[in-house]
Design a binder for this molecule. Structure first.
Ligand SMILES: Cc1cc2nc3c(=O)[nH]c(=O)nc-3n(C[C@H](O)[C@H](O)[C@H](O)COP(=O)(O)O)c2cc1C
Ligand code: SF4
Ligand code: SF4
Length: 621
């Protein structure tokens, strides 16, 4: 079989893309990714396909990835010939018929669901997508294809400049590719912020064969979903980044290790690798060169510490996902004791852009010290949950308060957790600091891999630490006593404090456990006390309220609150009906809570929020 050249591939792809992007008939795009799937995007897509066919409409329906506006999903874009597309939000399947009637048959705008006009110009009384608060200030380089192209089409990727970076790299020597990556200043986006070019040099210099290039797509931090979006919305970008990495490091085989809880990324990455192989971009003699590189997708083992690079190596070897002891480092003896390199998804996906446009172009974005853009996911107590891409150094407040809209109306920002349970938190008073590693590090916090979780005044800092410590204890692999027993001991103490039995001596014990944890083997154990240390540093007053006055100011810690009926309301019978323990009691026409029966599940207050309140358990009468 003769494989096409890059030019032939591009020409064929361009025809496919032109037919889509400048179509003579209506094009309807539906974003299907994990975030939209859970609110019914697949049903929307199926219904649209069925209805367009049944009504014999002059329109095509196309699958696309996630634009990052998760708060508005399912999103549907309707593009009439020769006019910019209109983006419709919350388009569940039941709204499809009326959308088609108004936006396609009548050639109008379905205003009640219209969010924006695509591009930067307002039109028809609708704002442009670029002018939405969520989008203003974003620089979409990695996300350029997300929600724009069909993630299952290699042609769409090729037509928009895909694999140009690989073609450029193959014209250089491997060391020259590494030099370009080093020159860009790209550092690993997985949390440790170590130079990607330098890591590649370590593997290049390792001479034992075979050499392995591994992608860490475990993304286990609760609240992080940037890697997921890249794999679901533009999987070829990762394939290209890994092939370039394979060429630069002279690796023989690549492996994309994806967490088991990510079925859609697994599906789309497997398809992307298969399509790349079909076109001669993976396998023997890539693009007619003498460079060969195999690439495989591997499902993870469902454990948080498999995200640690050496835990991942153990898991790849079919062993228990236990982080190894370093040295030896992966470049010396990685998977199957052979030289290996591990990078995060976002690290690899930056490389095609560096090779396509050059390191200087790439480094134009970012701060003085930290170059490039960075993707962040927003979740927790925030109005606009989503995924965005901004230059490194953008103020955290710009992303959280303006783009994300801050906490729900009437609530106050309390803290931001930037990078998972091991990262710690910054208080609201520091929310203006730039999103780059140093200002976070100065506050004893890690910027991490990009999962921003927002906390407001309804969250309790002690309760949060209980959760993080429980998570750390539950996910510990069990190798080090300082980690598996240290986190358990810390959890016991924190639970004691949150249940009202805390004592001042506990605070010293927590600090002692925090310093002992530094002797753990991997960063899971070492980082486990970070959130607790943030609590001491920024929220000591709230902690002391729990310990000394037995009060939880946010009224969250169950041992420190009770439920009371404070007012009469006609919602009280509903509260009585829903209580699982019959603790809402009616005596002579008035209601009260039987404290011995109440398990503090909050169901009654949700039914009768005016009548039932959460009060301090130990407040003076
Ligand atoms: C407990 C633990 C979990 C981790 N989880 C991830 C993860 O899910 N994804 C990731 O890229 N890095 C994770 N890391 C960091 C990796 O060990 C490693 O630094 C990273 O994959 C290197 O890639 P980079 O240089 O491109 O950032 C984790 C580290 C620890 C200690
Ligand atoms: S620090 Fe914890 S997760 Fe890491 S090797 Fe030790 S026990 Fe395992
Ligand atoms: S908090 Fe739960 S258990 Fe307690 S009274 Fe209300 S519904 Fe019943």
């Amino acid at each position: 079989m003769t494989l096409p050249t890059y030019k032939e591939m591009w020409q064929q792809a361009d025809e496919v893309w032109t037919r889509t992007a400048r179509a003579a008939r209506t094009l309807i795009k539906v974003g299907v990714a994990t975030c939209s799937r859970v609110v019914g995007a697949e049903e929307t897509l199926e219904t649209l396909r069925r209805e367009v066919q049944a009504r014999r409409l002059d329109a095509d329906v196309m699958l696309t990835g996630c634009l990052g506006l998760c708060y508005a999903e399912p999103l549907v874009e309707v593009i009439r010939p020769n006019v910019p597309g209109i983006l419709y939000q919350h388009m569940t399947a039941d709204k499809v018929a009326s959308l088609l009637e108004t936006a396609v048959v009548a050639d109008g705008i379905a205003r009640e669901h219209a969010l924006a006009v695509m591009g930067d110009k307002e039109s028809g009384g609708l704002p442009s997508l670029g002018s939405l608060e969520f989008m203003r200030g974003q620089v979409r380089r990695l996300m350029a294809n997300c929600g724009v192209t069909d993630p299952e089409s290699i042609d769409h990727y090729l037509a928009r400049g895909g694999y140009e970076g690989l073609v450029g790299a193959l014209r250089l020597k491997p060391v020259e590719v590494i030099d370009e990556v080093k020159k860009s200043g790209l550092w690993g986006r997985g949390g440790a912020a170590f130079s990607t070019g330098l890591k590649w040099e370590f593997l290049y210099n390792a001479k034992r064969k075979p050499k392995y290039l591994i992608c860490n797509a475990d993304e286990g931090d609760p609240g992080s979903f940037v890697n997921r979006n890249l794999m679901e919305s533009d999987p070829q970008l990762l394939v290209e980044g890994m092939i370039i990495g394979g060429y630069a490091t002279e690796a023989d085989k690549g492996c994309i290790y994806i967490r088991d809880e990510y079925p859609l990324p697994v599906e789309r990455m497997e398809l992307a690798v298969a399509q790349a192989r079909e076109r001669g971009l993976v396998g023997e003699g890539i693009l007619g060169s003498d460079f060969s590189f195999e690439l495989e997708v591997v499902r993870g083992a469902g454990s948080y510490v498999c995200g640690d690079e050496t835990g991942l190596l153990s898991s790849l070897e079919d062993r228990r996902g236990m982080p190894k002891i370093k040295p030896p480092f992966p470049a010396q003896a990685g998977v199957f004791a052979m030289p290996s390199n591990i990078n995060n998804v976002e690290s690899y996906t930056n490389v095609p852009l560096i090779m396509r446009h050059g390191a200087d172009w790439w480094a134009e974005m970012g701060s003085e010290k930290h170059k490039g853009t960075k993707m962040f996911s927003l979740s927790g107590q925030i109005q606009r949950v989503g995924i965005l891409e901004v230059p490194l150094g953008t103020p955290t407040s710009d992303v959280v308060m303006r783009m994300g809209g801050g906490p729900p109306k009437g609530r106050k920002l309390k803290a931001v957790q930037p990078g998972g349970p091991l990262s710690g938190v910054i208080p609201a008073s520091d929310v203006d600091i730039p999103l780059e590693p140093d200002p976070y590090r100065e506050r004893g916090v890690l910027m991490g891999s990009g999962g921003l979780v927002i906390l407001d005044d309804t969250n309790c800092i002690v309760d949060l630490c209980v959760y993080f410590e429980w998570f750390a204890e539950d996910e510990s692999c069990g190798r080090c006593t300082t980690c598996f027993a240290g986190t358990r001991r810390m959890l016991e103490i924190l639970r004691r404090i949150s249940s009202g039995r805390g004592r001042l001596a506990d605070l010293e014990l927590i600090k002692l456990l925090g310093s002992i944890a530094q002797n753990a083997n991997c960063f899971h154990g070492q980082g486990a006390p970070t959130a607790v240390m943030s609590m001491f540093r920024f929220f000591e007053g709230e902690l002391l309220e729990h310990v000394e006055r037995k009060r939880c100011p946010a009224k969250v810690c169950r041992g420190l609150v009770r439920y009371e009926v404070l007012h009469h309301s006609d919602r009280l019978p509903a509260a009585e009906a829903i209580c699982p323990t019959n603790a809402v009691v009616r005596d002579n026409g008035t209601y009260r809570i039987d404290q011995l029966k109440c398990i503090k599940c909050d169901a009654c207050r949700e039914q009768a929020p005016y009548a039932i309140a959460v009060v301090d358990e130990f407040a003076p009468a």
